[in-house]
Ligand binder design. Structure first.
Ligand SMILES: Cc1cc2nc3c(=O)[nH]c(=O)nc-3n(C[C@H](O)[C@H](O)[C@H](O)COP(=O)(O)OP(=O)(O)OC[C@H]3O[C@@H](n4cnc5c(N)ncnc54)[C@H](O)[C@@H]3O)c2cc1C
Length: 373
């Protein structure tokens, strides 16, 4: 069931279009703690933290800080990598069985690194993930430009780049709509749209879902997969899910004279570039603690500036669209919550910065959790 008129119009609509199996670094890390005062003061255009006077939010923040130690960062990054690997295998299996057109491109990913500190941190994270089997290499600026000639346009010199050849891009919204149509057509599934679930209760061995229309649906098993809203539905049943929204932005523009083919993350500016046909998509910005869903023109402008500094010829930045903002459902450990909470009620939410990348492996884990119960 979906409250919008169609599926995948939430965070999945305007995201970065990356199946970023390599970029599983947890948000909470030892680098994060000393940055917190600056984030609170709004000193970083690409990452902001606003305090909310709610116990739930304070608890989330404390748990996030608890997950920002070195051992927690490494554990969380590797656990997300394991789920990303499962997802890659699961999407391959799905696409062997069914033709789903979603502009899939196996283009690889480059993470641009500037300065010695960035390179040191990237090397450490690469070595950690290589031990877990990830194909990722540290390249010199020259080697990176051989893989992606569009990099030479940047006036901000590169020190090095991380390259992950197995990362992909595609259209997340199209993938979700095509998958939804496929399961309805071939597996007898029904998708209810335009209805909102307002409450849940367990009664006589069933789970009952009350809708905004007043209807009540009964089922043996309900799965809550409503992104950052999942906690609201589950809290009255005593399930406190630590999920908080982290606002992000994206825009598209017509490609310019030198658009990249490879998917790119500029780590200093915290933006990603993805080629989508004759347009370039740029996504980024992290705002924790903001609940307003509208596109703030000043924030969009700052992201446009960053993109122009990073890859000035990649797009025609004078023709940027109106932009989009969405909420990443963040957990303190950057891992989704996938489990049977009680008989008849399961959850699959909190996929944070990588919800599309992790989707197929999460679905596999969910079906195992439900089957075991
Ligand atoms: C700027 C940005 C860039 C990103 N880039 C990437 C990327 O490149 N690659 C990647 O893998 N991930 C990326 N992400 C993250 C990814 O988009 C999210 O993790 C993912 O979309 C979360 O999916 P979801 O289905 O859990 O939530 P959503 O996509 O938000 O879907 C939740 C749905 O539940 C519905 N809903 C909520 N409450 C109810 C209710 N009570 N009743 C009925 N329906 C309800 C909502 O309407 C919504 O459609 C990005 C996110 C952002 C914001």
């Amino acid at each position: 069931m979906e409250r919008n008129h169609d599926v995948a119009l939430g965070a999945s609509l305007g995201n970065g279009k990356q199946l970023s199996y390599s970029h599983t670094n947890a948000l909470g890390s030892p680098k994060m703690i000393p940055k917190i005062p600056g984030l609170l003061l709004g000193l970083d255009d690409s990452f902001r933290l606003s305090l909310r006077p709610e116990l739930r939010f304070v608890e989330w923040l404390l748990r996030f800080m608890g997950n920002s130690t070195g051992p927690a960062y490494r554990r969380n990054t590797l656990q997300t990598l394991a789920l990303a690997n499962e997802s890659r295998r699961a999407i391959d299996r799905l696409l062997e069985r069914h033709l789903i057109e979603f502009d899939r491109r196996k283009v690889g990913k480059l993470v641009l690194l500037r300065g010695r500190k960035e390179v040191q941190a990237a090397r450490a994270s690469m070595e950690l993930k290589q031990k877990a089997g990830l194909r990722q290499n540290l390249l010199s600026a020259g080697e990176a430009a051989e893989i992606e000639p569009a990099l030479v346009q940047s006036s901000d010199p590169l020190t090095a780049a991380l390259y992950a050849p197995d990362d992909e891009t595609g259209d997340c919204n199209l993938f979700a709509s095509e998958l939804s149509a496929l399961i309805c057509r071939e597996y007898g599934v029904g998708v209810l749209t335009g209805r909102e679930a307002v409450s849940l209760e367990r009664k006589a061995g069933d789970t009952r879902v009350r809708l905004d229309t007043g209807e009540i649906l009964s089922a043996d098993q309900v799965v809550i997969a409503s992104g950052y809203c999942a906690s609201q539905l589950l809290a009255p049943l005593g399930h406190k899910l630590p999920i908080t929204p982290m606002k992000g932005y994206s825009f598209t523009a017509p490609i310019g004279n030198a658009p990249p083919q490879v998917s790119i993350t500029d780590s200093k500016r915290r933006i990603v570039f993805t080629r989508a046909g004759d347009r370039l998509l740029v996504a980024g910005i992290a705002e924790i603690g903001r609940l307003n869903a509208s596109v703030d023109p000043a924030r969009l402008e700052s992201m446009k500036r960053s993109a122009r500094q990073s890859l000035p010829e990649a797009a025609d930045y004078s023709k940027v669209d109106a932009g989009w903002a969405g909420f990443r459902p963040m957990t303190p450990n950057s891992q989704p919550i996938i489990r049977q909470l009680e008989p008849g009620i399961a959850v699959n939410a909190g996929h944070g910065m990588l919800g599309w990348t992790l989707a197929m492996g999460s679905a596999d884990r969910l079906s195992q959790a439900v089957a075991q119960h």
